[in-house]
Design a protein around this ligand. Structure first.
Ligand code: CA
Length: 229
């Protein structure tokens, strides 16, 4: 089945280029709404896999649109796009129920990668109130606390960042070089030993004392977060 995406964007040129690109890149079926009010109506009347919304929109802005959709218990993943790149807008957007946020101008390839990550997360990882949940693991992005069931796990900031990255990318073998680049911001000609060392650290804290292991080694490549062996 084709993926269905709703784009809420009042600027016709941007809406058109997004639609054209995503139809091609994601083989998706796309609807466009040109203001917040019709975006809301579209979202109520159709089932979408993802909603992509601008922040500054006529009638209802993107943040208000997110809030209203969540109030209606419409749980579709929402990615916000905005030319405003003040960090507080990002926080307001995420608090209103958006799942991710991308500043304009953005790179189309990055947009597609984010959309795919959102799809994976929607299928496997639940995000609510700034918390990411995978199996019995919960990581709180506000308080930076990590829990498995009722057991609190203390991680260092770097360990937390690594675990957050894994939880945002579940059920996929992630090469060590990609982990290094995403979590440490280093490129792949630098030794990936640090990834192995840190994966061992978080394994000792997150998996060691629990029957169900979540972090698995894919020999020769990297690691995968998954719920079954
Ligand atoms: Ca706009």
């Amino acid at each position: 089945m084709k993926m269905k995406i709703l784009i809420v964007e009042d600027e016709p040129k941007t809406a058109h280029s997004l639609k054209t690109y995503l139809e091609e890149a994601c083989d998706a079926e796309i609807d466009c709404a040109f203001d917040g009010y019709s975006g809301k109506r579209f979202a109520q009347q159709n089932h979408y896999d993802i909603i992509l919304t601008d922040v500054v929109l006529p009638h209802i802005n993107g943040i208000e649109l997110c809030r209203q959709l969540r109030e209606l218990h419409i749980k579709v993943p929402i990615l916000m796009l905005s030319a405003l790149y003040q960090p507080e807008d990002k926080v307001v957007g995420l608090n209103a129920g958006a799942d991710d946020y991308l500043s304009k101008p953005f790179d189309f390839q990055e947009l597609v990668a984010r959309l795919q990550a959102l799809m994976r997360r929607a299928n496997n990882t639940i995000i609510a109130q700034n918390k990411l949940t995978f199996a019995d693991l919960t990581i709180d992005l506000s308080s930076l606390e990590v829990w498995r069931n009722n057991t609190k796990i203390i991680l260092t900031p770097k360990e937390f960042a690594l675990l957050e990255f894994l939880v945002r990318n579940p059920n996929r073998v992630i090469p060590k070089a990609e982990i290094l680049e995403s979590v440490w911001g280093l490129n792949e000609d630098i030794n990936t030993n640090v990834v192995e060392v840190y994966v061992n650290y978080i394994r000792n804290k997150v998996d060691k004392n629990f029957d169900q292991k979540l972090i698995h080694t894919h020999f020769g490549i990297g690691y995968i977060l998954k719920n079954k062996n």
